[in-house]
Design a protein. Structure first.
Length: 343
């Protein structure tokens, strides 16, 4: 019998995240009583991972990320979930060194053989990153859930956060957006074969270039685009850095054929939740543009704020590594709105 993992869960991938407004409400009710001098990055600016200083040169990066199936194939589900978790370390400019698995499995609905394929997929992603899955924890649960807790390391001078974007910086994106829309099309059985292949390529590509970007002084801020969509994570950079941004919608990369599904109003529920959370902070998000701009991404690209005087060096680095990049906007002084979208 053919198993379709996406039919065993309500959400899919990072689209199953708690809505931004609800998450803020929860976190605001949890007081912080103790401060730690060695905790360089915590939850203050909603960054991708926590940073703990271990000596005068190095720091530990710690993150966790898990979700319900975004594809039907169990091997690919594990590979994508692992790549997505690893991305948080890369987005901080770090190098992953070890991972622990987080597994929730409906043992009475889905066999152990299928579960093993999920773990095999995760192992393949971690092999590409040259790290072990050293252990983990599992529970019997009603919906399949998988992810990793990843430990990384970085030199203190290489750490990148979302709170250091500077006025005049150029803003780059390293992957096209639209994975939430295509994953919804897959769940509804309307995704075309070629578009499925494009989706898998995007979802499984590691953001390893983040480690090299951590070594570049001209990279001022960095994050990855995941469940809160391009608008949500861009808003986090701007609010943490106390700046605003102008982006050009025409330069934002979309996964091929995305418009076909947008025109059918095929998108995850969290797209609307993201829109409601950020719409008052954005100018120019008109018509159906909100569908792609607020689309929750899984293992999305890196959003990189680069000193404008080093544009050529940044673009040369990507060319040398055979990677794509798109210049989508520019950081501007703080305005009444956070994000300004031009046609």
């Amino acid at each position: 019998m053919e198993i379709k993992l996406t039919q065993y869960s309500k959400g899919s991938g990072c689209g199953c995240k708690i809505a931004p407004s609800v998450l803020d409400e929860i976190l605001n009710k949890v007081p912080v009583h103790i401060s730690f001098t060695q905790l360089l990055v915590g939850k203050e600016f909603k960054d991708d991972a926590a940073i703990w200083k271990i000596d005068d040169e190095k720091a530990i990066i710690s993150t966790t990320d898990f979700f319900t199936p975004i594809v039907d194939d169990p091997f690919l589900f594990g590979k994508i979930a692992a790549a997505n978790a690893l991305s948080d370390v890369y987005a901080m400019g770090g190098k992953p060194i070890m991972a622990l698995a987080i597994l929730g499995w409906p043992v009475e609905k889905l066999s152990s053989e299928i579960c093993a394929e999920v773990l095999k997929g995760a192992e393949e992603a971690c092999k590409t990153a040259a790290i072990p899955i050293a252990g983990g924890h599992s529970i019997d649960i009603s919906e399949p859930v998988f992810g990793l807790s990843v430990t990384g390391i970085a030199h203190l001078s290489c750490i990148k956060t979302n709170s250091n974007a500077k006025e005049g910086d150029l803003l780059y994106l390293t992957k096209p957006i639209g994975s939430g829309i295509l994953s919804s099309a897959l769940k509804r059985n309307i995704l075309k074969n070629d578009d499925y292949k494009s989706l898998v390529i995007t979802l499984t590509e590691l953001n390893k270039i983040g480690e090299k970007l951590g070594q570049k002084d001209y990279v001022n801020a960095m994050t990855d685009v995941t469940g809160f969509g391009l608008i949500g994570h861009l808003n986090e950079i701007c609010e943490a850095s106390k700046v605003s941004v102008e982006i050009n919608f025409s330069t934002i990369p979309l996964i091929e054929n995305l418009e076909f599904y947008i025109n059918q109003f095929c998108f995850p529920d969290n797209t609307t939740r993201n829109f409601n959370a950020y719409k008052d902070k954005v100018e120019g998000m008109d018509g159906l543009t909100f569908i792609s701009l607020c689309d929750p991404q899984t293992n999305g690209g890196l959003l990189v704020s680069v000193n404008e005087n080093f544009k050529n060096q940044f673009e040369t680095l990507f060319a040398e590594n055979g990677l794509n990049y798109w210049k989508i906007g520019k950081i501007i002084p703080k305005q009444d709105k956070t994000i300004f979208i031009k046609p």
